[in-house]
Design a binder for this molecule. Sequence first.
Ligand code: GUN
Length: 282
Amino acid sequence: MATILDGKVLAASIRLKLREEAALLPRRPGIAVILVGDDPASQLYVKNKAKDCEECGFLSRRIDLPDTVSEEEILGILNKLNAETIYDGVLVQLPLPAHISEKRVIEAIAPEKDVDAFHPLNVGRMVRGDSVIWPCTPAGIGALLDAYDISADGKVCVMVGRSNIVGKPMGLLLLRRHGTVIYCHRHTPDLAAMTRQADILVVAAGQPRLISGSMVKPGATVIDVAMNRDAETGRFTGDVCFDEVSEKAAFITPVPGGVGPMTRAMLMQNVLTLAKLHMGLL
Ligand code: GUN
């Protein structure tokens, strides 16, 4: 039976540490979060961000906009937030309604306040290997690997999924840690042949039961990023068949309680890092 990578416990200890660090600063770190529309999942994510800020002693502001809002209005709000020194981070919850260009919105966030590290300037820094912060999910997985002393150096790392939020930056993070990275996606001809090579397998496809036991190398580390809601039970499941895979893997993340809490903790860590930068402490 694999060791469970407990993101919930680690995230709680990180929040405590961040709170202690924040208390020593000349002012509270702050974040402004924009939520457009009333998607229940996004509502929950944004609510959790405010709760995490409170726990860490950070300032947070939530701006709710109707899904009829225009792109120009959002850009105007971002301009103002970029100029307000009390906010170290500015985040626009994705996805946005179809009539709004995510690209234009992301590019309107000041790079130094881009707490998600989605702005092209920050993506460029990430590719070059000199970014200060990383997108929250890859950063969270990196912290989880560190906590359990799992090194990517010299390992075959297979990334299933190639989104801008998770897959692409996750591959870059593993590359930076000297892993040999293979990206897989829906055009990959033989997914199982790839995943079976993985010493570290990260899955972010949003397809329940995509990864079965036979697709995993014995002794692998398996990271399940997905949060799929089961229509019948209403419960969350990942992309990995946990029962089968946990019999073969050495380490595995649970869903929920693995990557999700780590993503949240890394957002707080990124806010603190940007705050320190803005205060001239980094
Ligand atoms: N929607 C889903 N994940 C994320 C994230 O990491 N950042 C933002 N801004 N929106 C998201």
